[in-house]
Design a protein around this ligand. Structure first.
Ligand SMILES: [Cu+2]
Length: 330
């Protein structure tokens, strides 16, 4: 009988590539590693991956700050109209150095583009299915039933126009809602959807973190975890912030298969704005737990310079890729 590959076998320095689609597994790098041929990414005290993904294809450091405001025109009544063209495309993506995943994407990237607008705008999303399976776009937020992206399934080669008003303000998401849903989501069809309040939030260094994972051997469990898709990317490339500047994180959890995900930031506490729909924070903490589909705004000021880790507080997720650093500069 064939033995089922378990992702847990990969933890703690297992170097075998069993079950991974690519040529190299995530490896445990520690100072006591018996295999000295494994190069450490930056230091020898944390789990990480050696090497680098092809950042010309997708760079999570750039994705952090990429807000897509659409093509902007004015309606006869003076309101802002924003239009986007979104295409579903099958594409192989690199989720850890040398580890490739046969993704289904919006516009060729996972997560899809971060769509951003202001409450009250009219939104038009021209969706074309250039993929090999039927897909949709299901937006969170208020909209009519026909715009819900569930019952109107768009076949390969077909198109659909989603049109609705942006409301309520907050941090939402969009994702495919074709069945089987968990397959369509974990393959990569999702993105962040920000509706700004009419009165702008105070200035801040804003960034998007989409917590996700990949089932590389299609056994219904994730083998690779991350934020913005690439395992340990922000370990290799810490997110630079300035001492005492206001940092606003748009945090989305779209992780499939696992019931809960979380984010913990070392050495600091943050204000939590649940779903970003209220002007006042609901919580002050250093660890936030989120179910799939939940998303929150986090605001903080780093009060100490240096490197501070952030990661899922499910240690297993952290050791399989969901870990990074903030580099706080004085
Ligand atoms: Cu789909």
């Amino acid at each position: 009988m064939k033995k089922k590959f378990s992702r847990r076998r990969m933890i703690g320095g297992a170097v075998g590539a069993a079950g991974l689609a690519g040529s190299r597994a995530l490896v445990g790098v520690s100072s006591s590693s018996p295999d000295r041929s494994i190069p450490a990414a930056h230091d020898a005290t944390v789990m990480s991956t050696p090497g680098e993904v092809d950042l010309s294809e997708f760079d999570p450091s750039k994705f952090l700050y990429e807000f897509d405001y659409g093509k902007i025109t004015q309606l006869p009544d003076g309101r802002t109209l924003r239009e986007w063209e979104i295409m579903a495309i099958d594409k192989e993506i690199e989720i850890a150095p040398g580890v490739y995943f046969p993704a289904w994407t919006y516009n060729g990237q996972v997560p899809g583009p971060t769509l951003r607008c202001t409450e009250g705008d009219r939104l038009r999303i021209h969706f074309a299915n250039g993929g090999s399976h039927p897909h949709t776009i299901h937006f969170h937020g208020f909209h009519p039933a026909k715009m819900d992206g569930v019952l109107e399934v768009i076949k390969p080669g077909d198109e659909y126009l989603y049109e609705f008003d942006a409301e309520p303000f907050g941090l939402h998401l969009y994702h495919c809602h074709s069945v089987p849903l968990k397959r369509h989501i974990h393959k990569g069809l999702y993105g962040a959807f920000i509706v700004d309040p009419p009165k702008k939030r105070r200035p801040a260094r804003e960034m998007v973190l989409v917590m996700n994972g990949f089932d590389t051997n299609f056994d219904g469990e994730n083998e690779v975890y991350g934020v913005n898709s690439v395992a340990f990317h922000y370990h290799r490339h810490p997110i630079e912030v300035k001492l005492q500047e206001l940092v606003r994180i748009y945090l989305v959890n779209i992780l499939e298969f696992d019931l809960v995900n979380s984010l913990h930031i070392h050495g600091h506490f943050f204000d939590v704005y649940r779903t970003g729909t209220k002007p006042t924070p609901t919580e002050f903490t250093d660890t936030i737990m989120m179910c799939q589909g939940e998303r929150h705004l986090l605001e903080l000021k780093f009060r100490h310079p240096g490197k501070f880790m952030f990661h899922a507080h499910q240690s297993e997720f952290a050791e399989l890729g969901w870990m990074g650093f903030f580099q706080v500069k004085a």
